[in-house]
Design a protein around this ligand. Structure first.
Ligand code: B12
Length: 146
């Protein structure tokens, strides 16, 4: 399997632990992972997706400003002529928001899937495999041969 995932924390957000866990889990599952780290701009995600021929972009946000930070992101992806699966996850709203409403808002912005802060890495991996039509056995083979 050679699916490449661009991962990072968007905006001015400095919460690093979640993406570090995601990076390790995705790598172990056989994905190529480009971890941009914290405080990454929309343009950095797009430049990395172009440079590494990314298949998916996983945006993380914990500090409550995800909506502002992601405004125009999908328009910029379309302008760059990129065909990407896009996920966002973490603590996406300020305070205790109704996650269904939050999810709907980010889906309207163009994200293919929206995950809350209770999401474990295995859920993200299962979603990526489903969205990219990666067979379980293929991923397992890649893991064993890497
Ligand atoms: C540790 C921490 C910090 C540390 C971060 C250290 C570091 N280097 O990472 C420090 C002290 C620096 C910090 C600072 C701040 N923090 Co803070 N922080 C936390 C805390 C306690 C834990 C975060 C964490 O590491 N969790 C553990 C990891 C494993 O979980 P996770 O990040 O949620 O990631 C998992 C899932 O969410 C998911 N996931 C995450 N992203 C994605 C993306 C995708 C695509 C997918 C599929 C899944 C996924 O997968 C991960 C693995 O399971 C949380 C509270 C909490 N319990 O979440 C507050 C919290 C996130 N912080 C908060 C705030 C407000 C701040 C500050 C603004 C505080 C301030 N006034 O200065 C600053 C922001 C600074 C900045 N520029 O970002 C708030 C955010 C509130 C909101 N959204 O409404 C929280 C929720 C605390 C609270 N209850 O108020 N923080």
């Amino acid at each position: 399997m050679s699916a490449t995932v661009i991962l990072g924390v968007i905006g001015s957000d400095a919460h690093a632990v979640g993406i570090t866990i995601l990076e390790q889990a995705l790598s172990t599952a056989g994905f190529e992972v480009v971890n941009l780290g914290v405080q990454s701009s929309q343009q950095e995600f797009i430049t990395a997706a172009e440079a590494h021929e990314g298949d998916a972009v996983l945006v993380s946000s914990l500090y409550g400003h995800a909506e502002q930070d992601c405004r125009g992101f999908h328009e910029a992806i379309a302008d760059a002529d990129l065909d990407l699966v896009t996920y966002i996850g973490g603590n996406l709203a300020v305070g205790q928001d109704d996650f269904d409403r939050t999810s709907e808002r980010f889906r309207e912005m163009g994200f293919d899937r929206v995950f809350d802060s209770e999401t474990g890495p295995e859920e993200a991996i299962a979603a990526l495999k489903a969205d990219m039509n990666i067979a379980e056995s293929e991923a397992e083979r890649a893991r064993l041969t890497s």
